[in-house]
Each structure stands twice: as structure tokens, then as C-alpha cells.
Design a protein around this ligand. Structure first.
Ligand SMILES: C[S@@+](CC[C@H](N)C(=O)[O-])C[C@H]1O[C@@H](n2cnc3c(N)ncnc32)[C@H](O)[C@@H]1O
Length: 204
């Protein structure tokens, strides 16, 4: 697949209409994120999709920059911001590979359901670390399918080779947690809401 953003462009409308898999788990993630916010904070969300999470968090902080490489996802996110009259979230079409923010620019960086889709995950984690202020928080919900869903790897590989499916990293929760720690983060919360999902709150 040459340009993986096309896969996400094609699913954007469906994605926007789909409810979250567990409202209870989603609310818990929102709540534990908002406990870290204060009104002067500058926040980054990468892989923001149709912007739901950033728009919910917007009233609790000064500014949010929310990026995604899918033109269609970002277009829907921008429409939602206008409809909800939210002016402190800036949605940008940008890949995590292009991402280049200043060192120590953000108080909080969020990356939800995206890091398993990124081949150069270590580089992205290092960029996140650099762009956070000392004491800043990195919050991620990441699909760790290397344990529970490893058996599907050959099937995924066929779809990937045919250019029908995006890159998916098959790693376990322990492997991902170690990658985050090896970047320099201190893990403050480690919660497994499902067999696959790992929700981490880490501090720089
Ligand atoms: C599963 S969706 C998650 C969206 C949102 N974070 C959420 O939790 O609902 C994955 C998102 O990551 C984006 N994405 C995937 N690879 C990316 C990359 N390399 N750079 C930027 N965005 C990417 C996709 O366009 C898509 O919107």
C-alpha cells in the first residue's frame, strides 16, 4: 500500500458513525486524562481520527493541536468543531512521520489507537518524548495484538501484501510497555480494559 492514508480516507464516514466499543471504558479514559489537565495547558493528539476525543477535552485546556494523515478524517473533525463551536482545537492533516514540533512544547500528548499502525514506532515515541515538557504526560490506548490475536498475522499479511490493509504491528502489552519505558518514560498507570487494549499514562 503506497499511501496508507487512503485506507483511512475510505473508512472515515463509517468510523465517524460508529459508537465506541465500550462507553464505560471510554469514559474512564476521558476521566483519568482530564484529571491531569489544567486550563493553561497545551496538548497534542496524534492520529486524532474524526476528533471526538480532542473536542471532548477542549474545555479543560488552553489549546489542542490534533493531527491525522487522513484528509477525510480531518475534514470531519473540522466540521464537528464548527458545529460544536469549539475554537481552541486546531486540526491538521499531518502524518506522524512528518511530525516535527519544538522540544518541550506540550504538557500532554495523546496517541489513541494509532501506535500499532506505525512501522517506525520507536522514532515516533522518541519524538513524543522530545516534544513533551519535563513532567509532561504521554497518554495512549494502544492495540497490542501480538499476544491475543497473533494467529491472525498470516491473514493480515495477505491483505497487507495485496495493498488492501494498512501496516499493523503485532506486539504484546509487555513489549509495548517496555518500548515506552525504554524511551525514558515512567509509567504511572497501566490498565488493560480489554484483552488487546493497553491504556498507559506515562510521565516524562
Ligand atoms: C483506529 S483510528 C483511531 C482514531 C482515534 N484516535 C480514535 O481513538 O478513535 C487510527 C487513526 O490513525 C490515523 N493514522 C494511521 N497512521 C497514521 C500516520 N502514520 N500518521 C498520522 N495518522 C495516522 C488514521 O488516519 C486514523 O484516523
Amino acid at each position: 500500500m503506497k499511501d496508507e492514508s487512503i485506507f483511512w480516507d475510505n473508512t472515515a464516514k463509517k468510523y465517524a458513525a460508529k459508537p465506541v466499543p465500550s462507553e464505560e471504558n471510554y469514559q474512564e479514559k476521558l476521566k483519568s486524562t482530564q484529571e491531569l489537565f489544567s486550563p493553561e495547558m497545551k496538548v497534542l493528539e496524534i492520529g486524532c481520527g474524526t476528533g471526538t476525543t480532542s473536542l471532548i477535552h477542549a474545555p479543560y485546556v488552553k489549546q489542542i493541536i490534533a493531527t491525522d494523515f487522513s484528509k477525510e478524517m480531518v475534514a470531519i473533525a473540522k466540521e464537528k468543531a464548527v458545529a460544536q463551536e469549539i475554537t481552541n482545537v486546531e486540526f491538521r492533516q499531518e502524518s506522524v512521520q512528518e511530525m516535527s514540533f519544538q522540544n518541550e512544547e506540550f504538557d500532554v500528548i495523546m496517541a489513541h489507537s494509532i501506535l500499532h499502525l506505525v512501522e517506525d514506532r520507536k522514532t515516533v515515541l522518541e519524538k513524543i518524548y522530545r516534544s513533551l515538557k519535563p513532567g509532561g504526560h504521554f497518554i495512549t490506548n494502544t492495540g497490542c495484538i501480538g499476544g491475543a490475536l497473533k494467529i491472525f498475522k498470516p491473514l493480515w499479511y495477505i491483505g497487507f501484501s495485496l495493498g488492501k490493509l494498512p501496516y499493523i504491528g503485532f506486539f504484546s502489552k509487555t513489549e509495548f510497555e517496555n518500548e515506552v519505558k525504554n524511551c525514558g518514560f515512567k509509567i504511572e498507570r497501566n490498565w488493560s480494559p480489554t484483552k488487546v487494549d493497553l491504556f498507559l499514562i506515562s510521565k516524562k
